[in-house]
Design a protein around this ligand. Structure first.
Ligand SMILES: Cc1ncc(COP(=O)(O)O)c(C=O)c1O
Length: 448
């Protein structure tokens, strides 16, 4: 099969996500035939390093025999069923295995099928909890002004406002937005080494003024992904957690991107030693083999819904593919692999090499800022380093990096002016060396 024929057939019917389809005339989608480990292969046999783990979800590498075997085994007995009125061993097993790794105190799991829905569930759970408790006034959410929590209406509402959601403005509900601790471009104009966490003070003021109306605060712990791979200080996260606890509001941690080893710990919350009231999980659970979403909460919140039927406290939410047995089997296998392959230890090796590469870029004229945590590393590129002036969006510098990356066997998919790596935990040392060498040659070509 030829790439070119497949592209024609694809573009006849398919409408791709986050894509201006007219761009496909010049930058058509790459038809992939297969994948193995950290490499994707097209129909011409060309390989591409999957440096962003296929949108941040591939943890243990593609085509891992252990996960494939678990899915195939499950396929022999039960591929799908409804999860209301029925249950199955794959969901029971996955929940039990999760309990071994999830922060203590979280012990009730509500299944769904993707990251955005895990967030929708968290918001609705928090809101209805307060209603069930007779505290209807608690109906607002606090969120970061550059956060990203997904593309459904609730998830967009608690995300930062920008090009991703401006077309849907009229659908979105207002939130109490706090400034993002974007240290390179500090919202309070402070210097990273000298700041007094002014952004946290702004958050404190919002909590102080509105605490009686706040249902929950939602935040991506340690790393804001789609907001620009912004790694922020643990102290900020601890501060937000302390404010939520002081004023009795729920703390929702969106670990959809950060969960399952990506920040070097199983969950990013562990860096701050905090336990949220609600945690959202998806992406890495199945290592990217099948879709699933989880909203994990505490007994106290669960108990807020536990009542006689006619008390009208039931949580009316659900999705057809909730707790799909194949996905649950993949998730359980993926968790086993963390132990078998000592994946969190591997994350340390990756982090070391990643930092070494990023530090080497610090003096490059185009590298405004470099930042990293765990297996995630980012370079914020600028046109004028001294003034921190970004490239004009019309230049579409990210697109140049992307296309040059493909030529050099790399999937680099910048977020605006931020080039990043979101590596699988299974990537090998020699592969990393090759990825970084190829990346350097991409940067040299684009920023010559
Ligand atoms: C932190 C975070 N939350 C939620 C989502 C939405 O997940 P999904 O794309 O599976 O709906 C994403 C996706 O990138 C994310 O990074």
């Amino acid at each position: 099969m030829r790439n070119i024929d497949l592209i024609k057939r694809d573009l006849k019917y398919n409408w791709h996500p986050f894509t201006q389809m007219k761009d496909c005339l010049s930058f058509p989608p790459v038809p992939l035939e297969k994948a193995k480990g950290v490499k994707l292969f097209d129909y011409n046999g060309k390989f591409y390093y999957d440096t962003i783990s296929s949108w941040w979800c591939n943890v243990h590498g593609h085509s891992h025999p252990f996960i494939k075997k678990a899915i195939k085994r499950q396929l022999e007995t039960l591929e799908h069923t409804l999860f209301a009125g029925f249950t199955h061993l794959p969901a029971i097993t996955l929940s039990e295995k999760l309990m071994e790794v999830i922060p203590g105190g979280l012990n009730k799991i509500f299944y769904s099928d993707n990251g955005s829905t895990s967030v929708e569930v968290a918001l609705k759970m928090s809101l209805q909890y307060w209603k069930n408790k007779g505290k209807r006034k608690r109906n607002k959410f606090v969120s970061l002004d550059m956060g990203y929590h997904g593309d459904t209406v609730g998830a967009m509402s608690v995300s930062g406002r920008g090009p991703y959601n401006s077309a849907f403005e009229r659908l979105l509900f207002d939130t109490l937005q706090i400034p993002t601790p974007y240290c390179y471009r500090c919202p309070s104009g402070m210097d990273k080494d000298k700041c007094s966490f002014e952004c946290l003070m702004a958050a404190a003021t919002i909590f102080e003024n509105h605490h009686e109306e706040i249902s929950a605060v939602i935040i991506e712990p340690i790393l804001l992904g789609a907001g620009g791979m912004l790694v922020y200080p643990v102290k900020f996260l601890r501060g937000i957690s302390a404010l939520a606890s002081k004023y009795g509001c729920h703390l929702i941690l969106d670990e959809v991107a950060t969960g399952f080893g990506r920040t070097g710990r199983m969950f990013a919350a562990e860096h701050a030693g905090i336990v949220p009231d609600i945690m959202c999980l998806s992406k890495g659970i199945t290592s990217g083999y099948l879709p699933i979403g989880l909203t994990v909460t505490k007994q106290e919140i669960y108990d807020g819904f536990y009542a006689e039927f006619d008390e009208k406290k039931t949580f009316y939410h659900g999705h057809t593919y909730t707790a799909n047995p194949l996905a649950c089997a993949a998730g359980a296998a993926s968790l086993d692999l963390f132990k078998k392959e000592d994946s969190l230890f591997r994350a340390k090796m990756i982090n070391k090499k990643l930092n070494c590469f990023l530090n080497g870029l610090k003096d490059a004229p185009y590298a405004g800022d470099v930042r990293s945590v765990g297996v995630v590393g980012a370079i914020e590129i600028v046109e004028d380093k001294k003034r921190k002036k970004p490239f004009d969006p019309s230049r579409r510098i990210g697109m140049e990096v992307y296309t040059e990356g493909l030529r050099k066997n790399l999937v680099l998919r910048p977020l605006g002016n931020v080039i990043y790596f979101f590596l699988p935990l299974s990537v090998k040392e020699n592969e990393l060396d090759d990825i970084f060498e190829r990346s350097l040659s991409v940067f040299k070509k684009v920023f010559k």
